[in-house]
Design a protein around this ligand. Structure first.
Ligand code: PLP
Ligand code: LYS
Length: 419
């Protein structure tokens, strides 16, 4: 599985624009995103999963342009906060293709969702049903909802990404009867229609087995309810971050998982529901790279290469122990590779971008580095730790580079401090 954007010529360019030019024009650190790659993945997913529905999970990466690309490629959009919904609305993303998530939905978020007329709301707690009913009571058309079910499936991923196991904050447990209770509550509300069930068993899942198990459990539950029109199996499809890593092959997923659903429906004697999947990372991760400038090189027990970003633009190594590769931009100088650890400039010993990666021995301050596979959960999870301003997002396509999100400035940071 490729870890670089489709149009990249590593470690020189992407989208026909050299990394050096992007760094000179827009500064570093900078996130760079390959529009062609994003669109290609959207098409690949739609084609592989046809006739099933594909909803892009905006939490992986969202900005106006991304909303437009997803809209133009015909995907649905999964939003999980008031901000994501506002962004979709600002671009005029059709509400009839919006699916709304959140394990804790604020009153303002629910009100905004109903005001915009989103197509589906995924209910994640029993109390939410009554709140939604109160807000929808006077509507002519009932609001379609799905109930998020926790199927007790372990996808064997990092603990922080396993969301289908019994003891965690997402969803309503199938085993304890909480899911059945939520379903009863929805069915008791005339202003709500139970469109189906949802589950999201986790993230960075490399094999389809867990999806099959979860799907079969949800179909069995659907059968107890006499069948339902829709089954949403969430996202979580793995990508490769380093050469040799295995991602989830969408073709394999598309062959195996719908078949498991069909088989289980036949066994249970119910009609097959329409299927939805919600990939985030699989659409956008490999489309993005991050550019950093080297600030210092320190030799000791190991060699540390200090760059001008760090855990504020990539918290994933610190959060999940994620591993990345790093390349120096430019033509090889002939210097022999040595192992280095690329670190950020934050006040945290765990502020590491990549440990023990090969780097030319003549690496020095001022060099430009590029880290592949940073399109998902980097910009969207960036922080202002140490009052560091967040990087811009630069798009590339056909030899052009332009900003989608501008660099944050120190003035931006100070503006919110109002005392
Ligand atoms: C409900 C839901 N759907 C979809 C996703 C997207 O996950 P991924 O980016 O791993 O595909 C997530 C995040 O894990 C999620 O919580
Ligand atoms: N944010 C995570 C995974 C969780 C996805 C959303 N539930 C990541 O960076 O990989």
């Amino acid at each position: 599985m490729n870890i670089w954007p489709l149009t990249a010529e590593p470690p020189l360019s992407v989208g026909g624009v050299s990394f050096t030019e992007i760094a000179e024009r827009f500064g570093t650190p900078a996130y760079v995103i390959d529009e062609e790659h994003v669109r290609h993945r959207c098409r690949e997913y739609r084609k592989a999963l046809h006739p099933h529905r594909v909803a892009y999970a905006g939490k992986a990466f969202l900005c106006r342009a991304m909303v437009r690309w997803v809209e133009e490629e015909g995907l649905w959009l999964d939003v999980c906060s008031e901000g994501e919904l506002a962004l979709a609305r600002a671009v005029g993303f059709p509400p009839e293709r919006i699916l709304l998530h959140g394990n804790g939905k604020t009153p303002a978020y629910l009100a905004a969702a109903l005001d915009y007329g989103v197509a589906r709301i995924v209910v994640d707690s029993a109390g939410e049903v009554a709140r939604l009913a109160a807000l929808t009571g006077d509507r002519h058309h009932p609001q379609k909802v799905l109930v998020r079910v926790t199927p007790a499936v372990d996808p064997h991923v990092h603990q922080a990404m396993a969301t289908g196991v019994e003891d965690q904050k997402f969803g309503l447990s199938l085993a304890s009867g909480a899911a059945a209770d939520a379903v009863r509550r929805v069915l008791g509300q005339p202003s709500l229609t139970l469109a189906g069930l949802h589950c999201h068993i986790g993230s960075q899942i490399g094999v389809p087995d867990g999806y099959e198990t979860a799907a079969r459990r949800l179909v069995a539950f659907m059968a107890e309810l006499g069948g339902l029109p829709e089954l949403n199996l969430g996202g979580g499809h793995a990508v490769a971050y380093r050469p040799g890593d295995r991602g989830l092959d969408v073709q394999t997923f598309a062959e195996r998982v719908p078949r498991a659903v069909a088989e289980e429906c036949a066994i249970r004697g119910i009609p097959e529901p329409d299927l939805t999947v919600e990939p985030g990372r699989a659409i956008v991760a490999a489309a993005g790279v991050t550019l950093y400038r080297v600030l210092a090189v320190k030799h000791g027990v190991r060699t540390f290469v200090v760059v001008d970003g760090g855990m504020s633009d990539n918290p994933r190594p610190a959060l999940y122990g994620s591993r990345y590769t790093v390349a120096r931009v430019g033509h090889p100088t002939g210097a022999r590779d040595v192992p280095v650890t690329v670190v950020g400039r934050h006040c945290e010993a765990g502020d590491v971008i990549a440990s023990d990666v090969p780097m030319p021995g003549d690496i020095r301050p001022g060099d430009l580095l590029v880290v592949p596979c940073t399109g998902a959960y980097h910009h969207s999870m960036a922080s202002n730790y140490n009052l560091v301003a967040r990087p811009p997002v630069i798009a590339v396509l056909g030899g052009r580079a332009w900003p989608l999100v501008r660099r944050e400035t120190v003035e931006d940071l100070l503006r919110r401090d109002v005392c």
